[in-house]
Design a protein around this ligand. Structure first.
Ligand code: PLP
Length: 486
């Protein structure tokens, strides 16, 4: 399997379908009502009202028959479940970390790690923020500092490793605040907020050397590291003949520990863990998990969940699985590129990201272009996507102002092993149809804003502008305002 081969469609699924879940089709009127009732926030839609659900790849994967069989082997003992040991074996074999603390999902692990490692006043550098990761750093008294390469903030840059850490930015921070105020660097694979962009092994090796010299641990956000390993094999010189598991192991060996949301790479619907090599750190995490999650041999998961995850690890490192998974994302991305739709380049791991700023250049960022576009896509064809822009970025805790991120994106996130190529065609057609009528689309006003992680629960109403209704709470008016030719 090489890049050339992959380009030519060899991403066909390495599985066949044994069970199906029926979907409900809706009319445009039904969708207009549903999105209005959801406050124009796709998180607040009912799943039943969605045709193709690309909200997230988190916990939405289809499990294999082996994983379902694994559920039946759940050992639901309160303590010392056999499934915990199976999971520990799999984490040791494929990730290589010595110690494992299971948690109910990724943020559970982030919570433990932030509480243990961060002291108030500390600075936590990272290759771009992730919503829950940064919030737990802040709740523990730390301040997140972005040290990703500049290219990551430019949707059109085709740098092959936009997830790389800028060592210059990291060094500037360390010089300014002192290494003793940097408890660790948080390193994410296939950086979600940058468009699913990988880091390179060369960059990690340099980072490792720098961190050794300054005594700063590297804590991996391992959520999509297996997908990152796939990109290293495709793009980095010297890795074409290595297996995904070999590359994964090499990544982990250059880091000190990880938090994991198993709901992504690991093909399960729920679960996560913290893992590390340092015994003292492990003992603290093992002690804290009983306060917030559950006993240290289940951490908030049922025994059967741990078994499904252990099997999921074995399946996730399979070459043909990753080629099909990422191949499908690239199939959708290339269709959109061919139609001239502005998307983040290069196409990333788990999603295609629409560049809402270029898509809706006439919509002011404080009228939430990405949020608006996500609502329009739902109305167009029942496709649920997610805003990753001004709403997700939230407010600066110091100034209280919207952060106005450079990236104002709509994420079309592909669940693993769930949708078909025909579904991807429907998605592409819907995006193209919305693009054709983009000039009739106005923005949204935020009318309810929760304090934490506002994107999950915020509510909006259409912003009334002179250029047209831009709204969907008045379908009559909207019909008048949709004269764009095909
Ligand atoms: C999903 C995710 C998390 C948080 O994990 P949950 O399982 O949703 O709590 C952390 N980091 C990244 C990169 C993620 O994608």
């Amino acid at each position: 399997m090489n890049a050339e081969h992959h380009e030519h469609h060899a991403w066909a699924e390495p599985y066949k379908i044994k069970m199906v879940e029926l979907l409900r089709m809706t009319t445009r009127e039904e969708r207009q009502r549903a999105i209005r009732e959801a406050g124009y926030n796709t998180f607040l839609l009912r799943s039943e009202d969605v045709y193709i659900d690309l909200l997230t790849d988190s916990g939405t994967s289809a499990m294999s028959d082996r994983q379902w069989a694994g559920l039946m082997l759940g050992d639901e003992a309160y303590s010392g479940s056999r499934n915990f040991y199976n999971l520990q074996d799999a984490v040791r074999e494929f990730y290589g970390y010595r110690y494992l603390v299971p948690t109910h999902q990724g943020r559970g692990a982030e919570h433990l790690m932030s509480k243990i490692m961060i002291r108030p006043g500390d600075y936590v550098p990272g290759n771009m923020y992730f919503t829950t990761t940064r919030l737990h750093q802040e709740l523990a008294g730390g301040a997140f500092v972005d040290v990703i390469v500049d290219e990551a903030h430019h949707p059109a840059s085709t740098h092959p490793f936009k997830g790389n850490v800028d060592l210059g930015k990291l060094d500037a921070l360390v010089r300014e605040v002192g290494a003793e105020h940097v408890p660790y660097i948080s390193l994410e694979g296939c950086v979600n907020m940058a468009g699913g962009q990988p880091f390179s092994m060369a960059n990690l090796r340099e980072l490792n050397a720098y961190c050794r010299e300054h005594g700063i641990p590297i804590m991996l956000d391992a959520t999509r590291t297996i997908e990152n390993a796939w990109f290293i094999r495709q793009r980095e010189p010297g890795y074409a003949d290595k297996s995904i598991s070999e590359i994964l192991r090499e990544i982990c060996d250059l880091t000190d520990g990880c938090t994991m949301s198993s709901k992504k790479d690991l093909l399960v619907n729920i679960g996560g863990f913290f893992a590390c090599n340092d015994e003292q750190l492990f003992l603290k995490a093992q002690n804290m998990v009983v306060v917030y999650e559950g006993l240290h041999t289940y951490g908030g998961m049922a025994g059967r969940d741990m078994e499904a995850m252990a099997i999921g690890i074995h399946e996730a490192v399979m070459e043909d699985h990753q080629s099909a998974r990422i191949g499908q994302v690239h199939y959708l991305g290339r269709k959109l590129l061919d139609a001239g739709i502005p998307i983040v380049k290069p196409i990333g791991s788990h999603a295609v990201f629409l560049d809402a700023r270029s898509f809706l250049p006439h919509v002011d960022q404080d009228l939430f272009p990405a949020q608006t576009l996500a609502a329009e896509l739902y109305i167009e064809a029942g496709i649920r996507s997610m805003e990753r822009g001004n709403v997700s970025a939230g407010r600066d805790p110091q100034t209280g102002q919207n952060r106005h991120p450079k990236l104002e994106l709509v994420r079309l996130t592909l669940p693993r092993r769930v949708y078909t190529q025909a579904h991807m065609d429907v998605v592409a057609e819907a995006v193209i149809d919305v693009y054709k009528r983009r000039e009739t689309i106005g923005g949204l006003n935020m009318v309810y804003e929760p304090e934490y992680l506002r994107f999950f629960q915020a509510r909006f109403t259409p912003h009334e502008t002179s250029r047209g209704s831009g709204s969907h709470n008045d379908s009559h008016k909207r019909a008048e305002a949709t004269p764009v030719p095909a």
